[in-house]
Design a protein around this ligand. Structure first.
Ligand SMILES: *[C@@H]1O[C@H](CO)[C@@H](O)[C@H](O)[C@H]1NC(C)=O
Length: 218
């Protein structure tokens, strides 16, 4: 029984080795620069990290080929180097001895590139899938820096103050003009009143009559 299991494990690992090789036709090489990306906060690359990588890749494959249930075991890794580089291939969930097409792996990686990067706190430059162009996904909008917020607040306050001053000046001006206009109007009214109170002799003075008088005199 145990012998059988051992043989099975050996066969499957031998098969995996056969499937995943450097420069494999359906394989991709990955290069990570954790130190460069994270400096003092860099984490050590170990088996757990590699498990996370395989799980993330399985997720990316499921995300792309949603009709197939990819498992961590479908992501086969080989030729790992300490300054972290490795090769990987993806086997089909339907038949473990068949590799998934390279184009499908590429599309899956591109589609989930941001999620893969975030899982390892890395970027397109520090987590490289060699031969796969960096993501075409919409870049995440950068957070607004605090100095810009402070600048905005100050500018806003100054602008509001200026507008208030201008508006109040305008209102005062309008009031003054209106008052002056009213005063002028009152004065005009007075003029009219005096004009009315002056008796008009125009109506009394009759030109034709005076002319007649002049003619009669002649
Ligand atoms: C898996 O694929 C291999 C190679 O194409 C083939 O020989 C084998 O019969 C397939 N196995 C199943 C269960 O379909």
């Amino acid at each position: 029984m145990w012998e059988k299991i051992l043989v099975l494990v050996w066969v499957s690992s031998a098969l995996a080795e056969q499937l995943c090789q450097p420069d494999a036709v359906e394989g991709y090489r990955v290069r990570l620069s954790i130190k460069r990306a994270l400096g003092l906060q860099a984490y050590a690359w170990n088996d757990d990290e590699m498990f996370l990588f395989r799980a993330t890749l399985a997720f990316a494959m499921r995300n792309h080929l949603s009709d197939q249930d990819f498992q961590v075991s479908n992501i086969i890794v080989c030729d790992e180097t300490p300054r972290v580089t490795f090769w990987f291939v993806v086997t089909s969930p339907l038949n473990a001895s068949v590799l998934v097409d390279k184009a499908d792996v590429e599309q899956a990686v591109r589609k989930s590139r941001h999620r893969i990067n975030s899982a390892f706190l890395l970027s397109d430059q520090t987590l490289e899938f060699m031969g796969i162009e960096p993501t075409l996904a919409v870049p995440v909008e950068p957070e607004i820096p605090p100095w810009l917020i402070a600048f905005g607040v100050v500018t806003g306050t100054v602008c509001t103050g200026l507008i208030l001053v201008m508006v109040s000046a305008l209102i005062q001006n309008t009031c003054k003009t209106k008052k002056k206009f009213d005063e002028d109007e009152e004065q005009n009214d007075d003029v009219w009143k005096t004009a009315e109170s002056i008796p008009t002799y125009d109506g009394v003075y009759n030109m034709s009559f005076s002319d007649e008088e002049r003619f009669t005199q002649m």
